[in-house]
Design a protein around this ligand. Structure first.
Ligand SMILES: [Mn+2]
Length: 331
């Protein structure tokens, strides 16, 4: 639930702002980018100037969202209000915070997010966090309707894209009747062609043919634990180094691993040399639980953590033990 008083206060801050800085996590995804672009449309129609920032990089699979190339890594000199979408957790915005946390404390700074159960970035004016929302855009729709913010066709389409992204086309357990209502309302109001939107996503996310061989190599290296319930693969440092600019190795193999019969959780450990980043996808709600124990966070079915201290073999053993424990606790 979002507090009505917070929505009203956000409306007041927006009304008083001329220049609004929109922020998203260090690793933009379809939800954070779609939400940000939706807000850019809304605030544009309200006569505001917006800057869109990420400390990271918008990956090419998101290039079906027009405006993705307006997102910059330059921090503006002047703004009246900052709004961070889809990331209340300090870990997900570590790079942004290390460079700009002192600046953020100086002006109104509001967080709108749906990741629950975590420490919220400090120094925010207030944080609106609704873990029941399937995507940030589900919250933005409610906020926009309450405050009578304008939702033009482009805004609706970006918010639909955000919903699609975080719910894997409305199929995740986080989808509620509320999600479907918001989806339907946005499609109607924005006259959104969902098939064309999905096709555009598929085309921007299409695999380069040579990556099929990399995918094959990773799939060959998959190991199974706990009677085949855990599928795990390590993307070695050389491979990560060679392909990190082009693709997410975890995304390349995650779903094939997860949907092998009997598998309940899939883990891809990517060795970046200085840090090992692990992505988890689960069929049972254990991903966030395990990721949190290991220093990360996320959602019940999709979570991640980074570790820059533990050696790979040790971390792998630790991860398998935690996953096996979480699976046992399900029974
Ligand atoms: Mn999200």
């Amino acid at each position: 639930m979002i507090k009505r008083s917070d929505i009203i206060e956000l409306g007041r801050l927006v009304d008083n702002a001329k220049i609004i800085l929109l922020l998203q996590p260090d690793k933009p995804d379809g939800d954070s980018l779609g939400s940000m672009l939706g807000l850019e449309e809304i605030f544009g129609d309200m006569g505001k100037t917006t800057h869109m920032f990420t400390a990271g990089r918008v990956e090419s699979y998101l290039s079906h969202l027009p405006g993705w190339d307006r997102v910059s890594s330059d921090w503006p000199d002047k703004y009246d209000l900052a709004i961070l979408v889809d990331s209340a957790v300090p870990d997900q915005s570590a790079r942004m915070l290390s460079a700009h946390h002192p600046a953020l404390r100086k002006r109104p700074f509001v967080i709108i997010d749906h990741h629950g159960g975590h420490e919220v970035i400090d120094g925010a004016t207030f944080a609106m966090v609704d873990p029941k929302a399937a995507a940030t855009s589900e919250m933005l729709y409610k906020i926009s309707k309450t405050l009578k913010w304008p939702l033009n066709e482009r805004a609706c389409e970006r918010l639909v894209a955000s919903l699609f992204a975080d719910t894997l086309n409305l199929t995740t357990p986080s989808v509620t009747t509320r999600t479907i209502e918001v989806f339907a309302a946005l499609v109607k109001q924005g006259n959104v062609n969902v098939s064309a939107l999905h096709r555009a996503f598929r085309e921007s996310a299409a695999t380069d043919p040579d990556l099929l061989a990399v995918k094959g190599q990773l799939l060959e290296a998959v190991e199974f634990f706990a009677d085949g319930q855990i599928a795990l693969v390590v993307a070695p440092q050389a491979m990560v180094k060679e392909y990190r600019q082009r693709t997410s190795l975890s995304a390349l193999v995650m779903f094939e691993m997860l949907w092998a019969r009997g598998v309940k959780v899939a883990a891809v450990m990517s060795d970046y040399g200085t840090i090992i980043r692990t992505s988890l996808r689960a069929r049972e709600p254990i991903a966030a639980k395990v990721a949190t124990v290991l220093g990360g966070g996320g959602h019940p079915m999709a979570a991640a953590f980074g570790d820059d201290k533990t050696p790979l073999d040790e971390l792998k053993t630790k991860l398998v033990l935690e996953l096996a424990k979480a699976l046992r606790e399900l029974d």
